[in-house]
Each structure stands twice: as structure tokens, then as C-alpha cells.
Design a protein around this ligand. Structure first.
Ligand code: MN
Ligand code: ZN
Length: 500
């Protein structure tokens, strides 16, 4: 993890060393503390800005080596754009772009957390710190040789100079748990499938016990007893047995109904007997991005001691071709009692989720369930990689997800559900079939899931385009993005948590 980058807070009066990061607006104006720290170097900045046509646009960078007039090795000026309309995600971005300029050699960094009109608020300085940590993440544990300059983990000791050190530390404490949650999710998605298989995934999720999460692991015997025939049908083709992991964080009142999050955890998806083509099949190690998000989210909630009762449930399997693998034409019985005709064994995620959603709905009677799944390639055809697909039977929940998506930058776009689509998965031999044909593939997948939520307010996020391989951003350079952790943490914080 980015433990190599340490972030702390110091007062404005602390001495500036090494690499200095400062912020200016489109008028190239600095705040008073920054002006003081720059001293005679202000003139150097002006000349460099003119020479580089730097106009202080949001996220733009002016990078000055050994600036004249000040004793720092490097000066990085980050543009804030119009300082009046800044949101939290802008401060994340500013931290991210600044961290993007760090290299292995820049080991001491001072960030002056000040806008032209005055000191950044504690929450804003905390967001800078989060942005730095998220950007610095690198997954390189399997690289044994580092070529010159390439693949070096950035090492830095970052001091963020602020007006109120205590307030900034307090603001960052919960955010640090959220960053760790994102890092956990990214690590899980990036891990190779020979290392991360259902039992190992369950073991890692079980580590949440250390921070007060109740963790229960259901093995094949327990799942058989519960009648989870849909999930087990997928799992039976692998030499590695499936698992369901139930994580509970009880931070709310005892009597309070929990909120629930369900994740698809297909640790590797070959497609099964309906095997996928070879091209890019290696990416299917990321078919557990939903489950990874749920683990990261539970870490974030427990880490910051959220005042909420939350359930996280993940279905972990490998979808493999094998003498014992399920066949197209098989009919399986789900825990709900509903029967499913398997048309395509590559439509396995919904089979896993069907039993986990039903189990959670029945056992915990949650206020709502949000499931996350790298479910369909069709969602990328519809939305690209900028939005996750949102499907919901509840307008209030959907609207809240859209809102927190805009705030966090983890955006969702609502897609339709309807009885016309639902008909497409009726089967001539069973209660339903597991695919609805080529058209509207993401929608028929969601219709399938809806048959297993038992009327619970529910939202489904199809994260096939956002959880892995999405374009790199200012705060994410990793293949596994950790998408959804910040989104759902904010959903809980803004709408479902007892106010302090
Ligand atoms: Mn599949
Ligand atoms: Zn899959």
C-alpha cells in the first residue's frame, strides 16, 4: 500500500523543506501564508507562469526546479480554477495532481493548504491528504526487478501546512479509513487469481474482525443446507470451493434495521462451459470487483465507527469449465425456491447474487440492499467507463445514489426496469432463464436480480466498466479502481447515519 507516502499536518509557521506545493487561482493569486512562504520566489513564479502559459486552471500544474529566491528543491504550483465553486472532489483532485508530480527522490514535501482567500477548511485539507494517498497507490508486489526509474514506488513524507492542525487531524481521521477501504478494494481486484480464490478471499475479509466487524463464513455444507443451488451450480465446476461471507458492523442502535451491501465475487470467470474467447480473459480476475468494494466499504464504516448497522455479504466462486461444471440446459433451484434454466454458463454473476440477495433480504430485513457487480459487458456498450449502471425499484434510493455519485465523482446513471424487459427471461422449462438474449443485456440481468430481492428497496450497480481497467484519473492510477467504496460510504454518511 502507499505506506511509502506518509501524510501529516503541521502549522503554517512550520519550516518549509524539500518540495513545496502551493495553490493559486486564475488570477495567479496566492493566500497570505503562501505569499510569505514564497518570499522573493513570487517573482520566479510569475516569470515561469508566463513562460509556460500557466493560467491557474483547475488541476493545472506549474513545476519549477530549484526556484530562485527560496530554499526549496522544487516548487509545484497547482491551479484551483475559480476558487468560489470548489467541491470536495476538487480538493481530492488537487492532492492527486500534486502527488502525481512526486517521484522516488522527492522524499520531503510541504503542501501549503491555503486558497487565495484564506486557509483551507479542515475538511478541504483532509481531502488534499486523501487525494495524495489515493494517487500514490501502486500495486507492484509481484515485480521483483525494477528497471531504472521505472516502477519505483514513490516515497514521501508529506506535511500539509494548515491553519488548525488539531481540526485537520480530526477531519482526516475518518477519511483515512475510507482511503484504506479503497486501497483494500484495489488490492483485491489487482491480485492474481491463483493467489486470490474464494477461500483466500474469505480469509482476507475475515481480517475485518480486527476492527470490530462480525464475520461469518458459509462453506459449501452450510450453503447446501440453505439451498443455495444457484450459487453452488456455478461453484461446482471449480476445484476450489465457493464461500459466502457475511460481515456485520453494528454501530447503530440495537433495534435499528441494517442497511445492506451485496457483492459479486467471481474470483475468476472463464465463462464456464460457455467459455470465453482467450483475448483479455486475464481481466476476469477482476470479476470480483463488487465483493472487493463491499469489503473495502465495511472497512471504511467500521474504521471510522459509523453510527449505523451495516451488513456486507459477498458470494465467492470460480466459474470454471470442468467435468463437473454445470451445463447449458441444466435447471437449478435457488434458495428462494425459484428454478432457473441455465442458457449460458457465462451469465454466472446473477446466479451467485440471486442466492446472496435472497439470503440477506430474508435474514436481515434491511432498510435497503445495494448490490455491486461486474455483471455485463453490455453496460460498457451503453455507458462506457464513466458511469456505473444503476437499476432500482426505489426512486428515493436511486436519487440518493445519483446525488452522492456527483459529490464523490463515482458517478452512476439510471437505467430502466419494466415488465416488458422482465418477460424476456421467462423460460419454457423453468421459472426463468439466466439470459435474456442480446438486446438490453444489462437490463435483463437486473430484471433477473429483481426477482430475488423479495420486495426490499434495492439498487443494483453494474460496475463492469468502472471497477477495473477504467481510464486512469488524478486520484487513481491503478487497474483495480476501488470504485464504489467512496460512493457508498457517502450514501451511508449522508442519509442513513445517526447524526452526532
Ligand atoms: Mn461471466
Ligand atoms: Zn462474471
Amino acid at each position: 500500500m502507499s505506506d511509502a507516502v506518509k501524510v501529516g499536518f503541521v502549522p503554517f509557521s512550520a519550516p518549509v523543506r524539500g518540495l513545496m506545493v502551493v495553490f493559486c487561482d486564475e488570477a495567479l493569486k496566492f493566500g497570505a501564508a503562501t505569499d510569505k512562504a514564497l518570499g522573493k520566489a513570487a517573482e520566479t513564479v510569475k516569470r515561469a507562469a508566463a513562460a509556460n502559459q500557466f493560467k491557474g486552471k483547475s488541476g493545472a500544474i506549474l513545476d519549477i526546479l530549484a526556484p530562485e529566491g527560496i530554499k526549496v528543491e522544487r516548487l509545484i504550483v497547482v491551479g484551483t480554477g475559480k476558487a468560489s465553486a470548489l467541491k470536495e472532489k476538487d480538493f481530492l483532485k488537487f492532492g492527486g495532481v500534486a502527488a502525481g508530480k512526486l517521484n522516488a527522490a522527492a522524499d520531503t514535501v510541504t503542501v501549503i493548504a491555503e486558497l487565495p482567500e484564506g486557509a483551507m477548511k479542515a475538511e478541504q485539507a483532509a481531502a488534499i491528504a486523501s487525494g495524495i494517498r489515493l494517487r500514490a497507490y501502486k500495486f507492484d508486489r509481484y515485480k521483483t526487478k525494477k528497471k531504472d526509474g521505472e516502477n519505483e514506488q514513490v516515497r514521501a513524507d508529506v506535511s500539509i501546512a494548515v491553519d488548525d492542525v488539531a481540526a485537520s487531524r480530526k477531519a482526516f481521521a475518518p477519511d483515512a479509513s475510507i482511503v484504506e477501504g479503497v486501497v483494500i478494494a484495489r488490492d483485491l481486484v489487482n491480485e492474481p487469481p491463483n493467489v486470490l480464490y474464494p477461500e483466500e478471499f474469505a480469509r482476507r475479509a475475515s481480517q475485518l474482525r480486527k476492527i470490530g466487524v462480525d464475520v461469518e463464513v458459509l462453506d459449501v455444507k452450510a450453503m447446501t443446507k440453505l439451498g443455495m443451488g444457484a450459487l453452488l451450480g456455478v461453484a461446482q465446476g471449480s476445484a476450489r470451493p465457493g464461500r459466502v461471507v457475511i460481515m456485520r458492523w453494528n454501530g447503530g442502535k440495537k433495534s435499528e434495521q441494517p442497511v445492506a451491501f451485496v457483492g459479486k465475487g467471481v474470483c475468476f470467470d472463464t465463462g464456464g462451459i460457455s467459455i470465453k474467447p482467450a483475448g483479455s480473459m486475464e481481466d476476469m480476475k477482476g470479476d470480483m470487483g463488487g465483493a472487493a468494494c463491499v469489503v473495502g466499504l465495511m472497512h471504511a464504516l467500521a474504521g471510522r465507527k459509523a453510527k449505523v448497522n451495516a451488513v456486507g455479504a459477498i458470494g465467492l466462486v470460480e466459474n470454471m469449465p470442468d467435468g463437473n461444471a454445470q451445463r447449458p440446459g441444466d435447471i437449478v433451484k435457488s434458495m428462494s425456491g425459484q428454478t432457473i434454466e441455465i442458457i449460458n454458463t457465462d451469465a454466472e454473476g446473477r446466479l451467485v447474487l440471486a442466492d446472496v440477495l435472497w439470503y440477506v433480504a430474508k435474514k436481515f430485513k434491511p432498510k435497503f440492499m445495494v448490490d455491486l457487480a461486474t455483471l455485463t459487458g453490455a453496460i460498457m456498450v451503453a455507458l462506457g467507463t464513466e458511469h456505473a449502471g444503476l437499476f432500482s425499484n426505489n426512486d428515493e434510493l436511486a436519487d440518493r445514489l445519483i446525488k452522492v455519485g456527483q459529490e464523490t465523482g463515482e458517478r452512476v446513471w439510471r437505467m430502466p426496469l419494466g415488465s416488458e424487459y422482465d418477460k424476456l427471461i421467462d423460460s419454457q422449462f423453468a421459472d426463468m432463464k439466466n439470459t435474456g438474449g442480446r438486446h438490453g443485456g444489462s437490463i435483463t440481468a437486473a430484471q433477473f436480480l429483481q426477482r430475488f430481492v423479495d420486495g426490499t428497496p434495492w439498487a443494483h450497480l453494474d460496475i463492469a466498466g468502472t471497477a477495473m481497467g477504467a481510464p486512469k484519473t488524478d486520484i487513481n492510477q491503478s487497474w483495480g479502481s476501488g470504485y464504489g467504496v467512496r460512493l457508498l460510504e457517502r450514501l451511508v454518511a449522508d442519509y442513513y447515519e445517526a447524526k452526532k
